[in-house]
Unconditional design. Sequence first.
Length: 495
Amino acid sequence: MGGEKGQSVIAVNGTGMLSPGTATALLQPLRRFVSPALARGSGQTSGWGPAGEQAPDQRYLDQALHQAALYVHWPYCERRCTYCNFNKYISTSVNHDAMRDGLVRETETLLGYSQVKEITSVFIGGGTPSLARPSTIASILETVARVTHVPHNMEVSMEANPTSAAASRLAEFKAAGVTRLSLGIQALCDRDLRILGRDHTAREALWSLEEASRLFPGHTSVDLIFGRPGQNVASWEDELEQLIALCDHHVSLYQLTLERGTALYKQVQEKALSVPEQETMAWMYQAARSILGKAGFLQYEVSNFAKNGAVCMHNLGYWRGRQYLGVGPGAHGRFVPLGEGETQREARIQTLEPNDWLREVRRFGHGTRKRVQQSELDILEELLVMGLRMNEGLTHQFWLQRSPGFDLQEALGDAAEVKQYLEDELLVLDDRGLRCSWEGLALLDTLLPTLLHQLQLSYQKSVNRSLPLTCFVPPAPGPTPTSHPYERKTCNREK
């Protein structure tokens, strides 16, 4: 789901759910009543925070409630890569008309349920979206423009495989409305591409990159995987140098993750192939950071590097905790379903299998299979994990907008373990907020368990001082939506 394709340098909970390739974005519950646990004994039982504390500004509230990004999942591929465990399907007879109609209808339905007034960005992932018809992409974007406001410079990203066939259609996708391309190059070594099960060659990859850069100047990204079988630091450095001579916009780097059930996992387990040691992969990551930095790329997130401001705005929305809708088989979403009379942020997952999803969309207007109301602690945990992935980290203002009265110092700064991270210069907690240092960003996966545990302890102490928090958004008028047999869980205040 929405984000650059691949496996993150940092795996969170082993699911990939919080990684860039399948990033689950965040949305803060809006317009809450704040309990005395956050009001700090001020006697206040409603409002934004303790007496005398400045409330988040109305502009932020309006944007958070009425804006969202849109992720669209195209589930089909021509072949399954040996390392891939994403929700994708191999089919030689895709019903393109049915998929177009299903994606358009689900987009309409979820826009109605969320009642967002503006879609800020669109990301079309998969699967292999470049196998879709350009007219399908155009129909989705036309639906968005018809139902909501669309900024004139809205980013519309699409993942594409760098094959000759796909590259020949890039101009059609641009005409359909795509403004930014993410090329799944993954490697510039034909041997490694064969091991990964990719269906392109290094020559095709470079030609596709040249064509993409011509059509989308300043808005082309490439994905690369390191830690591949047989790879070493020297060959990785040569590969990067070759790549950045051609791509001066955006690079996403992912450490290869061996996922159970994949062909590559089996080959490594059977010792037919071997991957580099963890120490070698750490050197590869640091070498890439150094090479890209010297070439003028800014590392703005754990796995993502941009030059001349060519950041992915859609992914920034995930990491900054903004609302988004997920459309298509297996897509994830985070939004407040005001149109369904709900007032709390929900995590949603669409039905995985395309044919089942299509049947549900035809019957109910959407294929939402699971929806879970998120507690305040759930949201703060996601904000912490996602926010620390960015080089900017979490500012005090950013955190307090989402958790009035429960600041970063109280949440994390008083713990002995966190103080040790600060002394070791892995974390920085200052007037700006909380962020990783250069060294700490590479070790974020080792820092997060301690930080999450401390957040849970501090939050529980806050709650124990008074009543549980209550999340609230003024209900929106409107008809009751068609019922749907999805699984649903409600928000629990305690973890």
